[in-house]
Design a protein around this ligand. Structure first.
Ligand SMILES: C[S@@+](CC[C@H](N)C(=O)[O-])C[C@H]1O[C@@H](n2cnc3c(N)ncnc32)[C@H](O)[C@@H]1O
Length: 425
């Protein structure tokens, strides 16, 4: 019961603007849980967000009168109950009983205990079957589905939606990619891409090498932009939009002189903690990139620009329901400004990698095509397969286009775009 109540609280926090990660940190009822209860609450909230479209359909199939928009608590109880009965294989009685007990807790839902019980019983009978019948696109908001289908075709859009349904593996980046750390076989750990060890989800701080700072958590796709920047010892490298610092650590590990810039002090605290744990060094500046005027230009720049983050939905399923189509044009305008600014800060002959963890071409491929169209002093430098551990993610233009549907047999990858550009000398 306590774990289900915590799952409802987590859902409420995400509906009020918290990411699921922030909600997990902030939610008191969740943080009072221990061991298996904690794991169950987290899985329940995550599954409910991941499959919300499907769950709403199966609930609606059993409601004579739709719930009113303001009946948020009741709706969340029904959603977590449907998630348990249709998707998670929870015992029928436990799911139905806890749903009724949760409904009894609040004035707004007290009068609906009979309805909650009736829905839970119906879902126990046919919920699984109904959920299986829902199309893959049911769990993707309409605007995102249309954009994905337009960009990649309905087959790939369906494959992306399918990947979003699955809890991703844990990827860690090795500080020294040639290091031979012994990873326990029971974790199913394997090397993938240029510097990643992939394994089933595990409690991070207790894994070997964490305390010594031998690695950090980072999806394999997110490692590629810093890999293709080609930073070398002694070069001046600007990591613009750096926090929380996954890519800063990759760059610092090359021996380059790294300047890590971000305007968010809160996010930079995590970057500092990351550098401290791994023993890596960078000059960290809390600074609005658009107003920054360093004394000297850089040899290489990584611009990991703010974006829709639609590439990270499988790790942050809350984004499915909190991202808005209307945010995208503003982000595209900001990315364009940042690209121009980054080129101003680059030496002639220098290299710039532009990256976004987005699935949307307007933030990636089209942003770079427009830049090349308007500026004669920049050219694209195609990426080669050997630079990125032979991952099959290079498009016709020699850019990196990762999709969650790629590497399916191996556990997938986040969506990412990266292009390497050179400012003519
Ligand atoms: C995609 S995240 C960066 C992730 C980071 N590169 C990493 O690998 O951990 C984008 C970052 O841009 C920062 N940002 C957004 N607008 C900015 C601005 N005007 N100046 C500096 N940083 C900015 C945000 O605070 C956020 O940390």
């Amino acid at each position: 019961m306590a774990s289900r109540a915590a799952a409802v609280d987590l859902l409420r926090l995400t509906a009020n603007g918290f990411t699921l990660d922030q909600a997990l940190e902030a939610c008191r009822s969740f943080n009072e849980l221990e061991g298996a209860d904690r794991g169950f609450a987290r899985a329940l909230a995550s599954t409910t967000l991941r499959r919300r479209g499907t769950l709403d359909e199966v609930i609606a199939a059993h409601l004579k009168v739709p719930l009113k928009p303001k009946q948020t608590y009741l709706r969340d109880i029904m959603r977590i109950t449907a998630a348990q009965l249709c998707l998670m294989g929870t015992e029928d009685h436990a799911a139905a009983w806890s749903a009724v007990e949760l409904a009894k807790l609040r004035v707004e839902s007290k009068g609906y205990t009979k309805l909650v019980n009736a829905i839970a019983r119906r879902l126990a009978e046919n919920g699984k079957e109904l959920a299986e019948k829902q199309p893959l696109r049911a769990d993707t908001p309409g605007w995102l589905w249309r954009k994905l289908a337009r960009a990649y075709g309905t087959k790939t859009a369906s494959a992306i939606a399918e990947a979003h349904r699955i809890e991703p593996p844990l990827d860690i980046s090795l500080k020294d990619p040639s290091a031979t750390i012994e990873w326990p076989e029971e974790l199913g750990a394997r090397k993938i891409g240029p510097r990643t060890v992939r394994m089933a989800s595990a409690p991070v701080p207790s894994l070997p090498g964490f305390e010594e700072g031998a690695w950090w958590v980072q999806d394999v796709a997110a490692t590629l932009p810093a890999e293709i920047l080609g930073a070398r010892e002694g070069e001046k490298v600007f990591d613009l939009c750096a926090a929380p610092g996954g890519k800063t650590m990759q760059l610092a590990a090359t021996g380059a002189e790294v300047f890590a810039i971000d305007h968010s002090g809160l996010r930079l605290e995590r970057l500092h903690a990351n550098l401290q744990r791994t023993g890596l060094e960078a000059v960290v500046l809390e600074q609005d990139l658009l107003e920054w005027s360093p004394a000297n230009p850089a040899d290489r720049i990584l611009l990991d620009a703010p974006c829709s983050a639609t590439g990270t939905i499988r790790r942050n399923p809350d984004l499915l329901w909190t991202s808005r189509e209307t945010q995208v044009p503003d982000l595209v305008r900001l990315q364009k400004k940042m690209l121009e600014k980054a080129l101003d800060l680059l030496k002639p002959g220098g290299t710039l990698v532009y990256a976004v963890c987005s699935l949307l071409p307007e933030e990636g491929e089209e942003q770079v095509a427009a830049l090349l169209e308007r500026r004669g002093d920049v050219e694209r430098v195609p990426v080669t397969s050997s630079e990125i551990g032979d991952l099959p993610v290079i498009n016709k233009q020699g850019e990196i286009r990762c999709l969650p549907s790629k590497l399916k047999a191996d556990g997938g990858m986040d969506g990412f775009f990266a292009a390497r550009l050179q400012k003519k000398g």
